[in-house]
Write a protein that binds this ligand. Structure first.
Ligand code: ADP
Ligand code: ZN
Length: 728
């Protein structure tokens, strides 16, 4: 028998498989998808078995032998092997890097550590002892009896939970026994909750999907914020479980989903696995095991969970499908929906895309009938959507109110008096975002990225938000040495201080990247806000989605223009989504909600649609613009970044690439550029960009792959190809 083995070697795309003879001693055990160790050159390396065959005609006797299996579990099952090929095809990555991306650290090819398993000692009753008799004979040993009664009730108890001298006596007398068992790091057992009966509107949507559980079919569940989409997911998953299948629910960011995860533990008990990048290696290992062994019914996770080895997948749900977190921005640059479509087809099961603000691409497909559109128009429990007010900050500036409008201050005050809660959004972190010298006009910028540094007051330093470059807070201008530095621009850190000045008695909590570095800190902020320990929650886009607090009746948006003014074709779509989602945090329960949006551009068309919560009109407006300018969904995009430490070289090669594309792509395809990329200098690297717009181009994939191959060996110039860019 011979094995085809895919290895990782230090050439970027060494994507060859090598044939080895299979040693007789492992012949019966070796399967496709296993990780093995093979001789390679003068050394040994790991590889994945991607094929086994019985060759006879050729003389392969001088082949080397595979003698050692590194992992006897199937590292990659048939579906994942296929999915890897698809990932390669879609993103132009190598097959080996596709598989590497799909696997958790514990299973990655080079990993040498293989003992992630954790054990715990439990106490159980010794079945050979008559416990009742022992209790009668030891009536005075109250503590011992208590332990025994507890064990009768719970069968087994963690030893460390009962460690006492009475326990020692029981062990010594052999009345109870110690047993070591495998223990999972994440082990959550919440009180189970009943399902809510669905509303009529929810029921209809539920039924439409339920009737198609055995089909490859994609649904867009468009439901306004608070319309009970999550509840529909839960009911659907219960149906899937009835069929002995498992469900996968993807969320954009685990920080935004702590409430949702808790809800899942309350409905599905310990039959839930979670999977996301913030887990430790050990936790990932455990959760992956639970999934691979079929011990759970539901997997809740971020985009990487799309690659988990769920055996009998029954449904895939992507919540907040519009979120850009579903796109991986490093190689392989995949979009999660693509991967989900593959698994939906492979397993012949539905894919449900849920959102209150679907991406234009998704909605366009739904309107064309490629996806099935399902709608939830109303909030649950007759809750109404909040009343939105737009405030013109140009007028406020005349009154010298640069940060808070009179209206927002009055409404916050009112809300606090009623003992209701407030959420404030400012999509920019740090204290001051621009530090300039009043004397010479010098602005502090990152030397590697050409981006303004942000002042962080608590850490007392200036930081680049792109590469992490950090310097101590300067005392004087680095150019003219005058002590005349001006701290302009407001981030969440300054906002918090200003807010506290305005409302000295209010308890304020801030949630942004800086306050949530430590593991578990975002859960803590969310649960303490939920418990009413704080009156105001302030933060970046982290607080815009997913949160569900019954007592929040006011949402304020400080500077809505921040995302609107980005030079990108998706800026309006992103802003519409951000503001609609943020507004959706207000008045979700029986109390009426309000929203105040502060902007310097109140006449921008987009606010009309936000005010009226009119997604459809926004959609039509924005589609007209996309049509006019040949943007998605009318055209597909691909982007190529040509980067180098050497400016001239980058520029020269960018022109070459541009010409190559013009020559080799279809005539109907539009090639734009090269131009400088929007972050022209990042981490000391110069970046040029070419955008490709196309409707159908059968040559594109080949051309891009050829280009990639040409530059792989180039040590000075690098190509970053993205076949589904989210920004340009
Ligand atoms: P969405 O996911 O659309 O934002 P959720 O599913 O979070 O909405 O529902 C909003 C709120 O309404 C939640 O607090 C949820 O518990 C509640 N809810 C949803 N469906 C029902 C129902 N059928 N009966 C009672 N409460 C419900
Ligand atoms: Zn930088």
């Amino acid at each position: 028998m011979y094995a085809n083995i895919l290895v990782e070697y230090n050439v970027k795309t060494l994507d060859k498989t090598f044939t080895y003879k299979v040693a007789p001693k492992i012949k019966d055990k070796l399967k496709v998808g296993m990780k093995v160790k093979v001789p390679f050159g003068h050394t040994y390396i790991n590889g994945f078995v991607i094929g086994l065959e019985n060759k006879t005609e050729e003389d392969l006797n001088n082949l080397k032998e595979v003698t050692e299996i590194v992992d006897e579990n199937l590292v990659l099952n048939q579906e994942l092997l296929e999915l890897g090929k698809y990932l390669k095809e879609k993103t132009l990555c190598s097959l080996i890097s596709a598989y590497q991306t799909m696997l958790p650290p514990s299973l990655k090819i080079k990993n040498q550590k293989n003992n992630y398993e954790l054990t715990a000692t439990y106490i159980i009753l010794n079945e050979e002892v008559d416990i009742e008799k022992y209790i009668r004979e030891n009536k005075r040993s109250v503590k011992q009896i208590e332990i025994l009664r507890n064990l009768q009730k719970h069968l087994k108890i963690l030893k460390k939970d009962i460690n006492s001298s009475s326990l020692k006596t029981l062990i010594n007398k052999n009345v109870v026994k110690e047993v070591k068992e495998k223990k999972y790091r994440i082990n959550i057992n919440l009180q189970l909750k009943q399902d809510n009966p669905l509303t009529k509107e929810q029921e209809e949507v539920f039924k439409a999907i339920k009737d198609n559980l055995e089909k490859e079919k994609t649904f867009l569940l468009y439901g306004v914020t608070g319309s009970g989409k999550t509840e529909v997911y839960i009911h659907l998953i219960k149906e899937v479980i009835k069929k002995q299948k498992q469900a996968l629910l993807l969320v954009p960011e685990i920080t935004l989903s702590t409430q949702l995860v808790k809800r899942f533990y309350e409905r599905f008990g310990s039959k839930v696995a979670i999977f996301h990048s913030a887990l430790s290696e050990g936790e990932k290992y455990d959760e992956y095991q639970k999934i691979a062994k079929g011990e759970v019914d539901v997997v809740v996770g971020t985009r990487s969970a799309i690659f988990t080895p769920i055996k009998n997948l029954g449904i895939i749900i992507i919540d907040e499908e519009h979120s850009e977190n579903y796109k991986q921005e490093k190689m392989p640059r995949y979009t999660t929906i693509d991967m989900a479509l593959f698994r939906s087809k492979y397993n012949q099961i539905p894919l449900v895309l849920g959102s209150a603000t679907p991406s234009l691409e998704t909605m366009a497909r739904a309107k064309k009938g490629v996806y099935t559109l399902l709608t939830l128009n109303n909030r649950v429990n007759n809750a109404t959507l909040p009343k939105i007010t737009i405030v013109d900050m140009k007028q406020e500036m005349k009154k010298r109110n640069p940060l808070f409008s009179d209206l927002l201050l009055a409404k916050i005050n009112n809300c606090l008096e009623k003992k209701e809660q407030v959420i404030i959004l400012l999509n920019r972190r740090g204290h001051s975002t621009i530090i300039t010298c009043q004397n010479c006009g010098h602005t502090f910028k990152c030397p590697h990225c050409d981006i303004s540094l942000t002042y962080h007051k608590s850490a007392n330093n200036l930081r680049c938000h792109y590469c992490g470059y950090t310097i101590f807070k300067p005392e004087e201008c680095s150019e003219c040495h005058e002590k005349a530095l001006n701290y302009l621009g407001t981030g969440t850190e300054k906002l918090e201080l200003e807010l506290q000045n305005n409302f000295p008695k209010a308890n304020i909590v801030r949630m942004d990247v800086d306050t949530t570095i430590r593991k578990g800190s975002h859960e803590k902020i969310i649960s303490s806000f939920q418990n009413g320990e704080y009156d105001i929650l302030l933060g970046t886009q982290m607080i815009s989605k997913g949160l569900d607090f019954a007592n929040v009746t006011l949402v304020g948006v400080i500077n809505a223009d921040l995302s609107l003014n980005m030079p990108d074709f998706k800026a309006r779509e992103r802003t519409f989504s951000l503001l609609t989602q943020t507004a959706g945090r207000s008045g979700r329960s029986n109390k009426k909600g309000e929203v105040v949006i502060q902007t310097f551009d109140p006449n921008n068309e987009i606010y009309k649609f936000i005010l009226e919560n009119d997604y459809n009109s926004f959609y039509n407006y924005e589609m007209a613009f996309r049509h006019e300018l040949d943007y998605p969904p009318y055209y597909y995009l691909a982007s190529i970044k040509i980067t180098s430490k050497d400016y001239n070289l980058a520029s020269k090669e960018a022109n070459k690439v541009g010409n190559y594309l013009l020559k080799n792509l279809e005539k109907t395809t539009i090639v734009l550029g090269p131009t400088t990329a929007s972050l022209f200098r990042l981490n000391g690297i110069f970046r040029f960009q070419i955008i490709i717009k196309y409707k159908v181009d059968n040559k594109l994939n080949d051309v891009l792959r050829k280009l990639d191959d040409m530059y792989i060996i180039n040590k000075q110039v690098n190509l970053e190809i993205d076949t589904s860019p989210m920004t340009i």
